[in-house]
Write a protein that binds this ligand. Structure first.
Ligand SMILES: [Ca+2]
Ligand SMILES: [Ca+2]
Ligand SMILES: [Ca+2]
Length: 372
């Protein structure tokens, strides 16, 4: 119950925000939402390091989309998406030795820049000692299987683990995550753990006493990078531990862990839409409601560009009419709509949306009412 602002997101449509949505206790809440379709664009994503250098070989995925394509940045750190529907997308961006970015990204303009941090808050290669870790059972450093250097962390450094184990290796001091923007835990693991009743658990906590399950490892796997988005722990202290649990019989070698890193970027994850740094353009219309002729006045603080498009949509989101502004460099120009569709048929009375756009990017949207 109460009053909410509700955001509607859909790839291929403009994001809509509806304010003052009343949720009542005793009746369902129903609203008609008209979402405006958008035109596909060619988008360039620039992937940069935190120092601003282009980052090649970064991989971009869209976990929310059915297509499982992976896009890779080129030598200039660029990924080009051809004929891409503007919208807000769930993205996963990663690069070797950099944090992984998982976020909802507004992709509206033709040019988007993203930064991936490379400095880890915690960088544990297990080469020196286990001073940062508290252990029980047989957890220790191993030289028999390493991902990098001479040592890794292992549940049983020499030989197989024992039966009926419930042992742990946990961080002594928590990692503070106050004032960070993006939290990503990564490590490499290799394991051979019997399927029937043995497993290694990864657990996290914000107070060191109540532990939450994050992942578990069982069966046989060669060195694999595991990566976890922990953005929901921003502002907390992060404790983590690995736990080995085994049953009475049938033992194997166990698990090896190496190159454990926690990226907690305090730099803003810069998502800058650098398109259209040009003039500031505004549109107004009169009269509203209108019956036979609606005037749109388009004004700018500089010369109007010549590639502005005014599109009229009905409440179903169908394009009714579009008009191109043929500017000769004026700062103000008027377009007229006679209430007819593109086939010169009169439109029905009702609500219409007018959208002013430039090269696919929406500059302004407004509602208008046709009432004959
Ligand atoms: Ca190592
Ligand atoms: Ca067992
Ligand atoms: Ca072992």
């Amino acid at each position: 119950m109460g009053t909410y602002s509700v955001k509607f997101l859909c790839p291929g449509y403009e994001t809509m925000v509806m304010d003052n949505v009343q949720i009542l206790a005793d009746s369902p809440t129903e609203y008609d939402v008209a979402m405006l379709p958008v035109e596909p664009l060619n988008m360039v994503l620039e992937i940069r390091t935190e120092l601003g250098y282009p980052l090649p070989n970064a991989q971009l995925r869209f976990p929310g989309l059915a297509q499982s394509q992976v896009y890779q940045s080129n030598e200039d750190g660029r990924i080009t998406l051809a004929n891409w529907m503007p919208g807000t997308y769930q993205i996963e961006l990663s690069a070797p030795n950099h944090e992984m970015l998982q976020t909802w990204l507004p992709m509206q303009g033709p040019h988007i820049r993203l930064t991936l941090g490379s400095s880890a808050t915690l960088n544990e290669d297990f080469e020196t000692d286990l001073g940062n870790w508290q252990t029980s059972g047989t957890w220790g450093r191993s030289t028999s299987n390493v991902h990098n250097g001479s040592y890794s962390l292992a549940d049983s450094p020499s030989g197989n683990y024992g039966g009926n184990q419930n042992s742990f290796c946990r961080l002594v001091n928590p990692i503070p995550l106050q004032g960070v923007g993006n939290v990503n835990l990564q490590f490499w693991a290799k394991h051979n753990i019997r399927l029937e009743g043995d497993y290694c658990e990864l657990m996290i906590s914000t107070n060191g006493t109540q532990w939450q399950y994050l992942d578990h490892f069982v069966g046989e796997a060669d060195w694999t990078l595991h990566s976890y988005n922990l953005n929901h722990l921003q502002g907390a202290n992060l404790y983590l531990q690995f736990k080995l649990r085994t049953n009475a019989s049938n033992n194997s070698d166990g698990i090896y862990i190496d190159d454990l890193k926690l990226y907690a970027t305090s730099l803003p994850v810069s998502i800058q839409d650098q398109s259209l740094p040009g003039p500031c353009i505004s549109i107004s219309r009169y009269p509203n409601p209108f019956s036979d002729k609606l005037s749109f006045v388009i004004e700018s603080d500089k010369k109007l560009p010549s590639d502005l498009l005014l599109s009229i949509y009905n409440l179903k989101g169908q394009l009714v009419r579009s008009m191109i502004l043929e500017s000769q460099g004026q700062i103000s120009q008027t377009l007229y709509w006679d209430g007819q569709d593109s086939g010169k048929q009169p439109c029905a009375n009702g609500v219409y949306f007018a959208r002013l756009s430039q090269r696919g990017k929406t500059l302004q949207t407004m509602k208008t009412i046709l009432m004959k």
